[in-house]
Design a protein around this ligand. Structure first.
Ligand code: NAD
Length: 502
């Protein structure tokens, strides 16, 4: 197992190469879930008010910069991220405990969204509509909003920032970022790279500001009247606090909150494919993705075979040091996450659940601050309370069904609505799941797991997941305001709906 001194050296080296100077301080202590120990104290980055004020000033200039020129900034950011891929992946591994391929995958997502945003900089299209009046033109134009506040969660410490920031900057906004207090180092590194891209491309300084701190710093950002859009990613609990506060001042939100994602596995499924997809989606990232598969709804004819195969795969999963190439499941983020996982397993047992694999702490003695857990598979009765909750760790609840209607009812019968999947080779079943009275989530997949979305699509979910959309497709519209324009080139005044006046 890698030790804390090595992690500390790795982190310092990565930060230095990314251009972070002036590191040490006492605002926050950076920790690693890999060993559960503190790494070093880091300094703050100024107060919320001055960060917003300088971002606002930069915005006033940036909004008049042609969009394709803005795109050049995001292109440079993507290049710099690519040049620092290894260092950034080191930091993601150190702070979030991700295994190497997932940490590299998260960095790749940043590069991909920068590519996307650069292309978008020439495609911020508005529509032209036929006017009902002669000599008139009706069209819409899109303008930036102002300062975008980004609040992000620990489990995607950099990808979520990049989805928001690459698109917000391309749309002509400036950004103030409040990363998770669990992952300040990745934030410092990304912010330094963006500062460098800003300086190299001649964009206004202050276009991006970083706020290091906990929820109280997030709250100040949320309440700032000069931040027209708050894009907040985290728990539903956080969204419940943030949403009404921003709404009270008529600000806008993009809320990306908790998920409780399920897969339906039909009797017509390719079980080999389903097992691999389910194990990745449920156990990968130690169950700490918003899109992690948490519920399995299996047809009764194939349930025993499928569940046995998943249990066998779970028992073989290499759990441990995320810096070891053979590891597939790294640590939980902290002790509180482990406590919540144990409490959920206790409740599941009290509701008739049968633990088939995993759930126990591994590798470390009780005194250690690191929490490694073998992913848990629990067979549950269809109706139970615990399966309605998101427990942010590797627990998969397996339930059975007999008709597709019943499966869809079970699937939709939870408060969250992020990601869903059906495994079937029966096209009718697949189409039914994709239809309006099928799965009620923002992401609905066929023969692909619930996690691992591409940046090209709009990402987000319904119900208590918050309704926001980020990343690809036309998610950019949430970062802009729309103006509808009527232009008359008629000789006389013509009123709509044939109204005559004067
Ligand atoms: P969290 O809610 O504890 O914290 C998320 C962020 O919100 C942090 O930066 C935190 O400081 C800030 N915050 C918390 N309370 C706040 C408040 N009242 N005002 C302003 N800011 C506040 O979440 P976490 O433990 O870091 O992340 C795990 C959760 O995030 C899970 O529920 C997961 O499903 C969710 N998540 C959702 C998505 C998505 O796209 N839907 C993506 C990643 C994570």
């Amino acid at each position: 197992m890698i030790d804390t001194a090595t992690l500390r050296d790795k982190a310092r080296a990565a930060l230095t190469r990314c251009g972070v100077s002036d590191l040490d301080g006492d605002v926050l202590t950076a920790r690693s879930p890999v060993t559960g120990e503190p790494l070093f104290g880091i300094g703050g980055s100024g107060d919320v008010q001055s960060a917003v004020a300088s971002a606002r000033e930069a915005f006033l200039q940036w909004r008049n910069t042609p969009a394709p020129v803005r795109g050049a900034l995001v292109r440079r950011l993507g290049q710099l991220i690519g040049e620092h891929r290894e260092e950034l992946a080191d930091l993601v591994g150190i702070e979030a405990g991700k295994i190497r391929s997932e940490a590299l995958g998260e960095v790749q997502e940043m590069i991909d969204i920068c590519d996307f945003a650069q292309g978008l900089s020439r495609q911020l299209y508005g529509r032209t509509m036929p006017s009902e009046r002669p000599g008139h033109r009706l069209m819409e134009t899109w303008h930036p909003l102002g300062v975008v506040g980004v609040i992000s969660a620990f489990n995607f410490p950099v990808a979520v920032w990049s989805w928001n920031t690459a698109i917000a900057l391309t749309c002509g906004n400036s950004v103030v970022w409040k990363p998770s207090e669990q992952t300040p180092l990745t934030a410092l590194a990304c912010s330094a790279l963006l500062d460098r891209a800003i300086a190299e491309t001649g964009a206004p300084a202050g276009l991006h500001r970083l706020l290091i701190g906990g929820p109280e710093v997030g709250e100040q950002l949320v309440d700032s009247p000069d931040v027209p859009l708050i894009s907040a990613t985290g728990s539903t609990r956080m969204g419940r606090a943030v949403g009404p506060r921003v709404a009270a001042r008529f600000g806008r939100t993009i809320l990306e909150l908790g998920g409780n994602n399920a897969a339906v596995v039909s009797a017509a499924a390719d079980l080999d494919l389903a097992v691999n997809a389910i194990v990745f989606a449920a156990a990968g990232t130690a169950g700490q993705r918003c899109t992690t598969m948490r519920r399995l709804i299996v047809h009764e004819d194939v349930a025993d075979e499928l569940i046995d195969r998943i249990a066998a795969a779970y028992r073989r999963l290499p759990v441990g040091d995320p810096f070891d190439d053979k590891t597939l499941v790294g640590p939980l983020i902290n002790e509180a996450a482990h406590d919540r996982l144990r409490a959920a397993l206790t409740q599941a047992a009290s509701e008739g659940g049968q633990l088939l694999a995993g759930g126990e702490r591994e590798l470390t003695d009780d005194a250690s601050g690191a929490f490694y857990v073998r992913p848990a598979l629990v067979r549950m009765p269809a109706q139970s309370e615990i399966v309605r909750q998101e427990t942010f760790g590797p627990i998969l609840y397996a339930m059975t069904y007999s008709t597709l209607e019943e499966a869809i009812d079970l699937h939709n019968g939870v408060p969250q609505g992020l990601s869903s999947a059906i495994f079937t080779r029966d096209q009718r079943e697949a189409e039914r799941f994709l239809s309006a009275d099928g799965a009620d989530c923002g992401i609905v997949n066929v023969n692909a797991g619930t996690s691992g979305a591409e940046i090209g699509g709009a990402f987000g979910g319904e119900k208590e997941t918050g309704g926001g959309r980020e990343s690809g497709s036309d998610a950019w519209r949430a970062y802009m305001r729309r103006a509808t324009n009527t232009v008359s080139y008629a000789e006389e005044l013509v009123l709509a709906q044939d109204v005559s006046f004067l």
